[in-house]
Ligand binder design. Structure first.
Ligand code: FPP
Length: 253
């Protein structure tokens, strides 16, 4: 049997879906002698800039890790400050989301969030549902393991009810039960602040994602930093289990 023809497998440019772990707000503030919440406030400003850059760059989906399921263990003042900031950002930028055709989506257990942020969030998710531009996914009270547990419970319930045979479970059955159902997998994950971890963020969805670690703290991650990350991503060769030879671009005749 002859070898299959080489497959052209360059990363999609621009990536269809970018995930960002916005890390380093606290250290950015500490380095400047400022309170941690000031770091988060500056981080929120950066988020707005990066959302704009993603819209301008034709990115389909941007998922940002705003509050992890583990972040509840932080000091109460910081936790409530983050939610107040989230509510303010939403209110202050709602008109912009509308104008720029952004569809807001949330992943994570939103039911545990304080009402003053949960209600406006759900309202904006509903009112932007028909938008066709960037899908902005905010991960709030999110953890990938928690998401996987919930998908497993849903599968187990369907099996127990006789609606699903164990042998019929495949990746699509699991994927449909993840909170990101219907979205493309992330092509690129960016983590700022020089830390090299995924920290329970989109673990299954990132199976084949390219990961770029930026050394700057999130409040310093500007449009130019995003361009650097995109340039790094564009250089990557995505093999999906194939050999380098199999995916080489065939030379033009
Ligand atoms: C990580 O930095 C950042 C967070 C836990 C929060 C991210 C939030 C924003 C960027 C602001 C936008 C907020 C909302 C709710 C939309 P860190 O505090 O872990 O930094 P450190 O590792 O230096 O302490």
């Amino acid at each position: 049997m002859s070898d299959p023809a080489p497959i052209v497998n360059a990363p999609p440019v621009p990536p269809r879906h970018i995930g960002i772990i916005m890390d380093g707000n606290g250290r950015w503030a500490a380095a400047k002698g400022l309170p941690r919440l000031e770091g988060h406030r500056r981080g929120a400003e950066r988020l707005i800039e990066i959302v704009d850059a993603c819209i301008d760059g034709g990115i389909g989906v941007l998922t940002v890790f705003a509050f992890s399921a583990e972040n509840w263990k932080r000091p109460l003042e910081e936790v409530s400050g983050l939610f107040k900031l989230g509510e303010w950002v939403l209110r202050a930028h709602l008109a912009r989301l509308e104008k720029r055709n952004v569809r807001l989506r949330v992943i994570g257990d939103v039911s545990a969030l304080p009402e003053f942020v949960r209600t406006p969030l759900e309202d904006v998710v509903a009112s932007t549902r028909h938008h066709t531009g960037l899908t902005l996914v905010v991960a709030l009270n999110y953890g990938a393991r928690q998401e996987i547990v919930s998908a497993a419970q849903s599968l187990a319930a369907d099996v127990a009810a006789g609606k699903l045979l164990p042998a019929a479970v495949d990746w699509s059955t699991i994927e449909a039960r993840l909170q990101t159902a219907g979205l493309p997998d992330p092509d690129l994950i960016i983590r700022t602040s020089g830390e090299f971890r995924l920290s329970n963020f989109l673990l299954l969805q990132s199976a084949y994602a390219e990961i770029v670690f930026a050394s700057v703290f999130w409040p310093d991650f500007d449009k130019a930093q995003l361009q650097l990350a995109l340039a790094e991503y564009a250089k990557r060769e995505r093999r999906f289990g194939l050999t380098g030879e199999q995916i080489q671009v065939p030379a033009k005749a």
